[in-house]
Design a protein around this ligand. Structure first.
Ligand code: NAP
Length: 300
């Protein structure tokens, strides 16, 4: 499938650095072709945070429907939006911006992506459950907010830098009427906290680089648990491998990626009642992942 560019084509894209291995251009352009949207999605690498205001000013005067934001700018973009959805403010991160009548409205679709993937890929519903989130950055914030909205009984944020876990917990606690929120240091003393959880979510990049360990040892996991790694892989991640060995049900981040992208398309297509083609997007993302893995293998 290829995108046909005309004088009417609207733009979408992704701001971040680096973007060499981003699956979003392939995933989005496949979706636009499949549903007949005259849109084209391009990578928008921004070398320095100082350049971000100028990039955003340019987007305002170009025919953009919206854009995604990835590492390391998910927090910095908040200040450059005209309006930010409450869930994105709570998460402390915006990953999808809608360009609507000259205004930039920031959303966080990562949390919704995670909840959708848990439901679709492993049949997990967080309502009333005990959840542990590893990490306290933008993706962890989105996950915590989505578990509050999904009425989890308890969410514990585990982070290497415990102060960041505490600051995330403090930010969301006022909105968490039915969910108990805790913050714990991610070190050997966290074994029981992880073992007692119904669901363990990895929102750290540990496992992304070749030779990385699992972010938690397999001895902390067991067969009654669900494990979700936000890292996407053509096969298993290190966390998935130890989780599966322990008998847990494990899922990687590809389904989450697809669902956050699909939700962004549905926001950008305002009022068109469009349902993004998740199957097409998953196939395109998976193919791009295989291809980039091939390139990495070729290069080494
Ligand atoms: P981020 O804001 O940079 O946060 C990273 C978090 O990981 C921080 O809490 C950091 O702890 C922790 N961390 C980093 N290196 C660590 C290490 N060696 N050991 C223990 N903890 C470590 O990143 P993010 O945007 O939240 O993204 C996190 C991960 O989620 C990335 O791998 C990203 O690709 C993935 N993600 C996937 C999707 C998807 O759709 N599947 C969507 C969003 C993000 P400190 O606070 O101590 O530094």
């Amino acid at each position: 499938m290829s995108v046909e560019i005309s004088g009417h084509t609207r733009l979408a894209g992704i701001i971040g650095m680096p973007l060499d291995h981003s699956l979003s251009p392939a995933m989005h352009n496949a979706a636009y072709s499949a549903v007949g949207l005259d849109w084209a999605y391009v990578p928008l690498p921004v070398a320095e945070e100082a350049h971000l205001p100028r990039v955003v000013s340019a987007i305002r005067v170009l025919p953009f429907v919206g854009f995604n934001v990835t590492m390391p700018y998910k927090h910095a973009i908040l200040e450059l939006c005209d309006e930010v959805a409450l869930t994105a403010r709570m998460a402390g991160a915006v990953n999808a911006v809608h360009c609507s009548d000259g205004r930039l409205v920031g959303y966080n679709t990562d949390g919704r992506g995670l909840i959708d993937s848990l439901a679709t890929d492993v049949g997990f519903d967080p309502a009333g459950r005990n959840v542990v989130v590893l990490g306290a950055g933008g993706a962890a914030g989105a996950a915590v907010v989505s578990f509050i909205l999904a009425k989890a009984a308890r969410v514990t944020v585990l982070n290497r830098t415990v102060e960041k876990a505490e600051s995330l917990a403090d930010r969301v606690r006022a909105h968490a009427r039915e969910t108990e929120i805790a913050a714990v240091k991610l070190d050997d003393s966290a074994a029981d906290t992880v073992s007692e959880a119904d669901l363990v979510v990895n929102a750290t990049p540990v496992g992304m680089a070749l030779g990385d360990p699992s972010p938690v040892p397999g001895t902390w996991l067991h067969s009654e648990q669900f494990v979700a790694d936000m890292i996407y892989a053509a096969s298993d991640t290190p966390l998935m491998r130890v989780a599966i060995e322990a008998g847990a049900r494990a899922v990687d981040g590809l389904g989450m990626l697809v669902s956050q992208g699909a939700t962004a398309i549905e926001i950008w297509s305002e009022g068109a009642q469009l349902e993004a083609p998740r199957d097409v997007m998953r196939a395109a993302a998976h193919a791009a992942l295989e291809q980039s893995r091939g390139r990495v293998t070729d290069a080494t």
